[in-house]
Design a protein around this ligand. Structure first.
Ligand SMILES: Nc1ncnc2c1ncn2[C@@H]1O[C@H](COP(=O)(O)OP(=O)(O)OP(=O)(O)O)[C@@H](O)[C@H]1O
Ligand SMILES: [Mg+2]
Length: 248
């Protein structure tokens, strides 16, 4: 979708209405309107990423601050897989089977995870608001969105390692939440500082599969650093995380 579009114009301008109608379903348009009425979104500028589960837009809020708007796709999201990450997380009880309800809960879960990680001192996008399947957060980037380290590596690899180890320590010891999809695809390079994104799947540490997700995260991290010439076993990374606990 080519922007920028002012959300208000959706009401006044048939052309904008038509474009929105082709891109979003009615309830998503309702959610965008709700967030626009509350001042969290004024303009949708352009699309940053179109995945199977979510589309991410650059937006401006009423005061002109850059925002990232992540919109989960009702039709194409794998809600059965999402359900496996919600059920067993004690923050969410009585998880139903309805596709929409699960995707709405997933959006809320990403908001809550970003909030917990921020409070624990992990550098993630600050979450601002959510309605249904639409989440508004801090935009990471300048004019353009920051790229994942997969595409735009952080040069100071030792700094990246130290920061990630400390971030993981903050996540598990302070937030008590396991990220669950940590990899070079979900860490953005923001001017040399790593910013961890994509937190929808993150679960409380006492979720029945938390340890399995944690081991997978560490394996991804170990593989990434090995490719960058830093060979660390999973046990070494665990020991580094334990050591980092002392300084957080
Ligand atoms: N807060 C943000 N600021 C800037 N860019 C962002 C932000 N959040 C996400 N992005 C961009 O959108 C892309 C996809 O975001 P994210 O990883 O959260 O979605 P996803 O769930 O992986 O989507 P899918 O897996 O369906 O592609 C990121 O790689 C990044 O380019
Ligand atoms: Mg991602």
């Amino acid at each position: 979708m080519e922007g920028p579009y002012r959300i208000e114009d959706y009401i006044k301008d048939a052309k904008v209405r038509k474009i929105f109608g082709q891109v979003f379903d009615q309830s998503t348009i309702g959610a965008i309107h709700d967030l626009a009425n509350k001042g969290f979104i004024d303009y949708l500028e352009h699309i940053i990423s179109t995945g199977k589960e979510a589309h991410v837009y650059k937006a401006l809020d009423k005061a002109g601050h850059a925002r990232a708007v992540k919109i989960y796709m009702i039709e194409t999201s794998d809600f059965r897989n999402m359900r496996r990450y919600i059920e067993g997380d004690l923050r969410f009880k009585n998880v139903g089977h309805d596709r929409r309800d699960i995707i709405y809960l997933w959006t809320k879960k990403e908001y809550k995870n970003l909030e917990s990680f921020s409070e624990a001192g992990v550098r993630v996008p600050m979450p601002f608001a959510f309605t249904k399947n639409v989440l508004v957060m801090e935009f990471i980037g300048k004019e353009q969105a920051a790229l994942p380290i997969k595409e735009d590596p952080i040069e100071d690899i030792a700094f990246l390692y130290e920061t990630l180890v400390e971030s993981i320590a903050r996540m598990i010891y302070k937030a008590k939440v396991i990220h669950g999809d940590l990899s070079e695809y979900n860490i953005l390079n923001f001017d040399g500082t790593p910013v961890i994104i994509d937190c929808g799947q993150a679960v409380l540490f006492n979720h029945p599969h938390a340890m399995e997700f944690f081991e997978r995260d560490l394996k991804n991290i170990a593989n990434y650093f090995e490719k960058q010439g830093i060979k660390k076993s999973i046990d070494e990374i665990k020991a580094d995380i334990k050591r980092a606990k002392e300084k957080i």
